[in-house]
Every structure is written in C-alpha cells, then in structure tokens.
Unconditional design. Structure first.
Length: 72
C-alpha cells in the first residue's frame, strides 16, 4: 500500500470512531427520533422533522472539522 492509501484508511477510521462517539453522546435524542418515526410511519418526514433537525445539529457538534482536529 502507498502512503496515501494508508493515510486515507487512518483518516476514515478516525472519522468513524468520532462518529461512534457522537452517536453514543446523542443516544437519547436518537431514541426520541426513532420513537417518533415508529409512531408516524410514512408521515415521519413531516411529523418528526424537528427531532431529525435537532439530532443532526447535535451530531454535527461532535463531528465537525474542529472536533476532528482535536480528536486526531
């Protein structure tokens, strides 16, 4: 493998680890969205929009480039 390939693999692994940490920190919000989705079925896109937006904002707080630089 080349240096570049190794670097890409390491970068990807670090991003995945950071994503796993973010998901664990946002577990309750994720459960709220999942419950809303379960109750609303096909209307999930409309009725659970606020849960989805809040979850994405929270996840982004832990997975943005600044956090990645600190983590790596």
């Amino acid at each position: 493998m080349s240096f570049f390939t190794d670097w890409v693999n390491i970068h990807h692994k670090l991003k995945q680890q950071l994503s796993d940490i973010a998901i664990s920190k946002c577990h309750s919000m994720s459960e709220q969205f999942a419950e809303c989705a379960k109750v609303n079925a096909f209307m999930v896109v409309f009725n659970c929009r606020h849960h989805n937006k809040a979850l994405n904002v929270r996840l982004h707080q832990f997975t943005n480039d600044e956090h990645f630089e600190i983590y790596s």
